[in-house]
Design a binder for this molecule. Sequence first.
Ligand SMILES: Cc1cc2nc3c(=O)[nH]c(=O)nc-3n(C[C@H](O)[C@H](O)[C@H](O)COP(=O)(O)OP(=O)(O)OC[C@H]3O[C@@H](n4cnc5c(N)ncnc54)[C@H](O)[C@@H]3O)c2cc1C
Length: 369
Amino acid sequence: MSSNQDERPRVAIIGGGLAGCSTAIHVAALRPDLVGQLEILERARFPRDKPCGGGLTGLAIGILRSFDPEILETGVVEVRNVLLVSGEILRPVRLRQPMAVVHRRDLDQKVARVATARGVELTQGVTAQKVISESNAVKVHAEKTRSVTALIGADGARSVVRPSVSVKRGGLARLIEVVTPDRMDQPAELRSTIVFDFSATRHGLQGYTWRFPCEVDGVLCINWGIFDSRIYENAPRADLPALLDEFMTSHDYPTVRGDWVSHPVRRFDPDDHFSAPNVFLIGDAAGVDPALGEGISLALDYGDLAAHCVIDAFDRNDFSFATFRDQLFSHPVGQSLLTRHQMALQLYRPGSHNNEAALAIMEHWLESA
Ligand SMILES: Cc1cc2nc3c(=O)[nH]c(=O)nc-3n(C[C@H](O)[C@H](O)[C@H](O)COP(=O)(O)OP(=O)(O)OC[C@H]3O[C@@H](n4cnc5c(N)ncnc54)[C@H](O)[C@@H]3O)c2cc1C
């Protein structure tokens, strides 16, 4: 390696969340000799907060345990009971494989620790401000300027890397959430059940309200939230605060408007652009589940795809990422995203309030998740 290359890693990953760290952990597992070529730039310092329901499906649980078999041993609530609701219809589902609910502050710190334990350089407290494409390289302005051969945008829904791949589509889904203490006076079965309630689709919501049991700093709590896909962008907007209020009141919880946190999720759109010469996007920066807003398993699985793309680029000495789109669509993460895109179009078609059909789609998803 030349002395110039010693000064700069050849691959910069912007964002040390689940997608960014998963990429580095997969590279470390598949090609440890390339780990020294990676640097993750993360604007926050771990532990950092991330608004999220923390619901993990089987895929996410499997990938996380492959990083560290004990990673989900603490701070996790396992759930086997799901209640699907749509208007008058209540459909209890008993899961064969439990889902898990985590607190992202803890989980993301644990995953970042796995990455650094594998020798990955994770620079915290540094914000990438601007990305400029050059011939055969990309310049990243982040405190000091780095010129890298490959840049991976893993910097979430409001990615600064995203504009450099001239993305056309993939708008933002809207979410708000709040965490309240668990109440012992509520029925034990409900307290240990995940609720997905699609009733508010009648009020223009392209999504659902949720209630997840969770644990925060060792205390049992409930994570409440509302997801609005907005996949039909021209349809009128639902009033999310009012609908979440109504949902919590129906569960006998008072409104806590002042404590709500809102944060978007980027919707995956198959007609989007995902790469440009020397750059590609993953996780929320590229787009995640437009049907349910599930992003954790996808961010982790994007990491496997990204690692293979980076290794392939080194092996062929071709960092154009011209085939990234094909690689995405032939990888399980891309297949899953395509299915979820269709699912969102079906679930939220304006004017269709077929409750039975919506719950059937959800039951099928729960069986496969
Ligand atoms: C309210 C809410 C509830 C959700 N609930 C669930 C759920 O229950 N289950 C589920 O599977 N998914 C859920 N999601 C989706 C999930 O949180 C995301 O899809 C997932 O976190 C995406 O991971 P990521 O690594 O791509 O992005 P992020 O988790 O957003 O990580 C991006 C990282 O990049 C860093 N960063 C950003 N900009 C810069 C910059 N300029 N320079 C350097 N670093 C930067 C950030 O600090 C962050 O650490 C929810 C989302 C929201 C908003």
